[in-house]
Design a protein around this ligand. Structure first.
Ligand SMILES: Cc1cc2nc3c(=O)[nH]c(=O)nc-3n(C[C@H](O)[C@H](O)[C@H](O)COP(=O)(O)OP(=O)(O)OC[C@H]3O[C@@H](n4cnc5c(N)ncnc54)[C@H](O)[C@@H]3O)c2cc1C
Length: 441
């Protein structure tokens, strides 16, 4: 069957095999020649694509919830929205959450996903107490910061290349209310936007939407948002009722792109000016604060049949200002504006192959269209020169040298892979393109 991830690029012919028990998973891995785990396919690109896909989402039982200590154990195919619906009524929330709740626990660990609180609370892997890993040779290893620590560090962010995560225990965040106290502050250029991140670095959640269609003195203008969980009774609609995660959908994939540069220009302007007027504190909820895009559950189809690309990079803090400015200038000079741009400040990195590092990360959504690959190649040169890296969970096209220069842990990762997966059973289109396999050099 034809399979693609969230951005619908690339699409590949693949055989998909699900499993419901550890034994079935071991059999599939034993028989497979080059296969890759795939959760809910919410990555952008080819990290969970290949000829043979092993699919954990059917493996999704809750194993144990300790409601006193806030510790949850479940199988790796469990989705974050299922987890949220169970833990919120007990007064707990995810310690780290990405911008969608429709991903699996295994996918969250393998990409070591980050949220709006990375600058304070790190990535998902920091909150994993231990996990069970089925290695390509059929052994089940318990991995944590104390047990098999080298493997644990590499599996968090390891893109499914070291083994199949079967289950994990994670520590949760105490929650008194589903309401979020949020404040939006307009910034009229890049310097102002970055200054807001710096002056609000003690806020739990920070993020900015950027209008990449601006040139000259308004280059990098945007809306900075910060948020905090409310105390019980603080907001009008408090309480611990989990969100309704169904969302609305569009009924079919339009044959053409419904989003156009002119439409985006009009939207950006309207959005910036409307939001700039409402700068007081507002109350929102978990759904609209963390997962606004989940409200339209198949918004990815709006980009049309060719799909889209997300280009997410991080630059070291020292080079972020100059780098972001250069990137925005390239975008305007190529005349190919991204349809969505999100800026975050990250704290120090942890895993061997994890994406986050201390600095600014910008995620840009571009439709697949003529000229886009030339623009992204030009952006690569800036990111590479300034010591940055591209997020593997958002990559469909990076060249091998970018990975080996941007990820200093890549050599250590491949050495470990040789030990755990001597026959190179686990491989994705991405791992082969980037040389994350037996003979990388
Ligand atoms: C709207 C939207 C917003 C997003 N926002 C963010 C964000 O804010 N921050 C962020 O970090 N990411 C974000 N993402 C990306 C997403 O969180 C990650 O790509 C995540 O890994 C997807 O999980 P998945 O279950 O869909 O796995 P897939 O996309 O199918 O796979 C991702 C990786 O995990 C591996 N994998 C999956 N299951 C297992 C398993 N059981 N064992 C071993 N390996 C496994 C795969 O091999 C692959 O390498 C966003 C994605 C979308 C669509």
């Amino acid at each position: 069957m034809l399979v693609s991830n969230w951005n619908n690029y690339p699409r590949v012919e693949a055989a998909l095999r699900g499993f419901r028990s550890q034994e079935e998973a071991r059999d599939i891995l034993g028989q497979a020649d080059m296969c890759i785990p795939r959760g809910l396919g919410r990555s952008y690109g080819d990290c969970s694509l290949g000829e043979n896909i092993i699919s954990p989402p059917g493996f999704r039982r809750f194993i144990h919830l300790d409601p006193e200590k806030g510790i949850l154990e479940c199988e790796a195919g469990t989705s974050l929205d299922q987890i949220i619906s169970v833990i919120i009524p007990h007064g707990w929330f995810l310690p780290v959450t990405p911008g969608t709740s429709r991903i699996t626990l295994g996918g969250a660990i393998s990409s070591d996903v980050h949220g709006k609180n990375h600058h304070l609370h790190g990535a998902f892997g920091r909150h994993v107490l231990d996990l069970r890993l089925l290695t390509p040779q059929g052994h089940v290893l318990v991995c944590s910061k104390n047990e098999n620590p080298e493997i644990f560090q590499a599996v968090c962010g390891g893109m499914g290349l070291l083994g199949l995560i079967l289950s994990a225990r994670i520590s949760l965040l105490p929650l008194e209310s589903v309401s979020i106290r949020q404040k939006t502050i307009p910034a009229y250029d890049l310097d102002e936007l970055m200054a807001l991140f710096e002056s609000h670095h003690q806020s739990t959640y920070t993020v900015a939407w950027m209008d990449c269609l601006q040139r000259g003195r308004h280059l990098g203008r945007g809306l900075f948002m910060r948020g905090e969980h409310c105390r019980a009774g603080e907001a009008p609609c408090s309480g611990l009722t989990p969100p309704d995660s169904k969302g609305l959908g569009i009924p079919f994939s339009p044959p053409f792109r419904t989003l156009t540069p002119a439409g985006i220009r009009a939207f950006n302007s309207l959005y910036f000016h409307r939001k700039s007027r409402r700068t007081g504190c507002e109350y929102s909820n978990i759904e609209s604060f963390f997962y606004p895009l989940d409200a339209l559950y198949n918004w990815n189809l709006l980009y049309g049949k060719k799909g889209f690309l997300q280009y997410q990079f991080v630059l070291p803090r020292a080079t972020s200002q100059a780098g972001l400015q250069k990137i925005l200038q390239h975008i305007t000079s190529f005349g190919l504006p991204p349809y969505l741009a999100v800026l975050k400040l990250l704290g120090p990195g942890e895993g061997t192959l994890s994406f986050p590092e201390y600095g600014y990360t910008l995620a840009l959504d571009f439709p697949v269209c003529p000229g886009i690959f030339s623009l992204l190649n030009a952006l690569d040169l800036v990111v590479q020169k300034l010591g940055g890296r591209i997020y593997l969970a958002k990559d469909a096209r990076m060249k091998k040298h970018m990975l080996w220069q941007g990820y200093p842990g890549a050599r250590e990762f491949v050495e470990l892979k040789k030990r755990l997966d001597p026959e190179n059973k686990l491989s994705s289109l991405q791992s082969r393109r980037l040389g994350l396999c037996q003979n990388p050099y």
